[in-house]
Ligand binder design. Structure first.
Ligand code: F6P
Length: 545
């Protein structure tokens, strides 16, 4: 079947009356919950609360075959140059291949990446252990207790998300994350740090990112104030592919941890970019994080399409975006520790999949990556869930539940889980106007009040969600979860025929910011007439215009 034929078959199914209905699928198949639930290692994925019935599932799997998702997966894991617009491979999976093991997809072009990954990992381990045992200390001889990761985008979100998820007070070091060029962030962080005991990682793949280099200069100045220039240098580490620029910043080669430019920022938490995580958690925990991702790589490579979690998650997205026309998706982890997980997915998914042209440069004929947003449950319920329950356009939800908490308060955890399960159920089953009227009448509401309020209290139901269930949250399960979404993104690249590994859409704003900056400083530079009046007004408000 050609991709066009597979898309047409899907469009036909989406166009059927009742194509978005979910409840009838449960009525038609008592085994639906089991049939639509799949497992990979510790990760359970329940797709039963989607409008994917047997015919749609078959059509989606036909589409996966027609667009050669498996071929793209194999090429990715083999190390082929799948990032065609940047002319390189996407080798993040090489980073989680343990010493001595073959790569998940075994291909010769993986060799260099594997060698570099292993070499850097060994250096990261030696460094981490030396910081922890006190053989590497600060300029005044004190042990490092705090690590600050200065980075933005993929050089911040992955390590920040994972540290937030996994750090506990018994961990070896405290981790802090500085991303925004807005110095309010640094002003808020600085009082919590003692320069003599703070290790600073400048995390930037390119080592040219304006935000990161500006923050790095601020923090280096702060270190130098109390430790002197030479002392400050001993507190600095670079995580970068650009060894030259790191050296120019004053960080000696033995304090630079590199990685290959075949590792995209949003896929880089497994690389040297994860050093703050290793320092915060301890090396064995970091290795378990890598091992979890590797377990998901192996599942992705070997599971048949119809039981392959990344593939199924991607197909559900296709159905929601292209079949049913839902342009957004919410990610709701019912676990406070995963508070930064939606932010990580925002970059991973939107920077990868928000594309207007296909690999051959032709315009995409249908929608690509949806808007992704989220908050931990139950906070989301008291914020935006109103819209998700009652707005005219449904918003599919990923519920992420963790069966066992990391704390000793079972009552709180039961309430948390009850809320998550209730939200998924409410979205599915809804509440009819008849039911609302009956309930209000039983509560003694007058007829006029029932007429007035009943329509407002209706829940249409048939709103899709997926549930991802983990037994507990630890480095190994988190590694599986993050890699699941990474591979989902790769599958969507194949399904939509777009390159999920480039991000040209971030360039224009960066260039314009560089052009606008001198004007804010009062230097002459011709500005776009739409921006010039605002620059003038800002300078006036600053008392300098
Ligand atoms: O926002 C664009 C981007 O290039 C991301 O892809 C990347 O994660 C981020 O900037 C940071 O880049 P770098 O690690 O080079 O500082």
């Amino acid at each position: 079947m050609t991709p066009d034929a597979a898309w047409s078959a899907l469009d036909a199914l989406a166009g059927r009356p009742g194509g978005a209905a979910i409840r009838p699928l449960f009525a038609a198949d008592p085994d639906r919950p089991a049939r639509m639930t799949h497992r990979a290692g510790d990760v359970l994925l329940d797709l039963s609360r989607t409008a994917i019935g047997p015919a749609v599932l078959d059509a989606l799997l036909d589409l996966a075959r027609a667009t050669d998702v498996a071929g793209f997966r194999d090429a990715l894991l083999r190390g082929d140059a799948v990032n065609v617009t940047e002319g390189r491979s996407a080798l993040h999976t090489a980073l989680r291949v343990p010493d001595g093991a073959p790569p998940a997809g075994a291909g010769p072009s993986m060799d260099r990446a594997l060698a570099l990954a292993r070499q850097t990992r060994a250096r990261m381990q030696t460094f981490t252990e030396a910081v922890h045992d006190g053989s590497i200390r600060g300029a005044t001889g004190q042990r490092f207790t705090d690590v600050v990761n200065i980075g933005i985008g993929g050089s911040d979100l992955g390590p920040f998300m994972a540290a937030r998820a996994l750090w506990t007070p018994g961990c070896p070091m405290r981790a802090h994350h500085l991303a925004n060029v807005d110095a309010h962030a640094w002003d808020a962080l600085r009082p919590r740090l003692d320069p003599a005991r703070t290790l600073v990682l400048v995390a930037s793949k390119t080592f040219t990112t304006q935000e990161t280099m500006t923050n790095a200069a601020l923090v280096r100045g702060w270190l130098a104030e109390s430790l002197g220039d030479a002392g400050a240098a001993t507190h600095l580490v670079a995580l970068s592919t650009n060894l030259k620029a790191a050296a120019a910043f004053g960080i000696p080669a033995e304090r630079v941890f590199g990685f290959s430019d075949t590792v995209g920022g949003r896929f880089s938490v497994w690389s040297a970019i994860g050093l703050s995580l290793a320092l915060a958690l301890g090396w064995p925990e970091f290795e378990r994080f890598l091992a979890g991702a590797r377990a998901m790589d192996e599942h992705f490579l070997s599971a048949p399409l119809e039981a392959n979690l990344p593939v199924l998650l991607a197909l559900a997205e296709v159905w929601h975006v292209n079949g049913l026309g839902y342009p957004a998706r919410a990610v709701l982890p019912y676990d406070e520790r995963l508070a930064r997980f939606p932010a990580h997915l925002q970059q991973l998914e939107m920077e990868s999949l928000g594309k207007a042209v296909r690999i051959d440069g032709s315009p995409v004929p249908r929608g690509t990556g949806p808007v992704v947003f989220g908050e931990p449950g139950t906070n989301a319920q008291h914020s935006f869930m109103q819209l998700i329950h009652q707005s005219p356009t449904p918003v599919p939800v990923d519920f992420i539940l963790v069966a066992n908490p990391g704390h000793a308060h079972p009552d709180s955890h039961r309430k948390l889980l009850a809320n998550g399960l209730a939200q998924a159920e409410a979205l599915l089953v809804g509440r009819s106007e008849e039911a609302v009227r009956a309930e209000m009448a039983a509560a003694g509401a007058p007829a006029a009040r029932i007429d007035q309020v009943a329509p407002h209290r209706v829940f249409t139901g048939d709103r899709p969600s997926t549930v991802i269930l983990l037994p507990h949250l630890d480095p190994f399960t988190l590694g599986q979860l993050v890699a699941l979404y990474e591979h989902k993104v790769a599958c969507l690249g194949a399904l939509w025929g777009i390159n999920p590994f480039d991000q040209w859409g971030v360039e224009l704003g960066k260039q314009l910011a560089a052009h606008i900056l001198p004007a804010l400083e009062g230097l002459d530079a011709e500005q776009d007439p739409t921006t010039a009046p605002l620059i003038a007004r800002i300078r006036q408000l600053q008392g300098i215009g």
